[in-house]
Design a binder for this molecule. Sequence first.
Ligand code: PMP
Length: 285
Amino acid sequence: RIAYVNGRYLAHSAAAVHIEDRGYQFSDGVYEMCEIARGYIIDMKRHLDRLNRSLSELSIEWPVTRSALIVVMREVVRRNGVRNGLVYLQVTRGVAPRDHAFPKPGTRSSLVVTAKRIAPSATAKKAETGLKIITVPENRWDRVDIKSVSLLPNVLAKQQAREAGAQEAWFIDAEGTVKEGASSNAWIVTQDGALVTRPADHGILRGITRTTLFDVAAKLGMKIEERAFSVAEAKAAREVFISSATTIAIPVVDIDGETVANGHPGSITLSLREAFFDIAEKSPA
Ligand code: PMP
């Protein structure tokens, strides 16, 4: 495997950033993860727009221009022979002597890009089985709309899920409503077939897959209600699913040990999943 690090393509096993990189010391950085399907980078424009927003919210400079970044992403995908999988990119505030406040102007931000193959059959299998979810209290800061690499609460929640035999954890707010997963957005389908997902104006990450699923739902003539929903409502829903660039839409069949949606992946989730590729923006990789 090959990785891109600050201007160079290196063997993945030997690729490294400096020990005083602010991403390493302060998790002072942001990232993006794009799906690659059938040789296309999916929703690249929306991912780069969100990267731009994350960077500007944190006053981190672009490490290279947007068009140069696209060239690097394509090159990393090509060099790794990825037709299905993902491309990951991370930008940090750069390398500087350790000091919490921003480093001196002119410090170059760091850029790392990697790509990885994932067999489509592996994700398809998850979609056929469905996932188990646990719920955990929301304990993150209030700027989770920024796609930052500060992911410690998400790491702990995901580990807790794993130890419980589940695959994802949902953060629940003080009112008992579902915020989002440790690495996904949360959705339900009501008994009358409407899609429900939480508004993304604050308190959750505005998932790119979430945004594109709005387009897919509109094309399929499905109704969307953008509102908060409780764990109880999810447990009584017709279907439950999560969305992210790596999973698209995957059914949930169990919440905190209780079977939901009869324990079977729902047909509405699967139809969204099927229509996604055709409707999403596709850039040749
Ligand atoms: N919420 C969180 C906390 C995430 O980490 C992710 C995955 N990056 C998402 C939502 C889904 O976002 P996207 O559809 O852009 O992958």
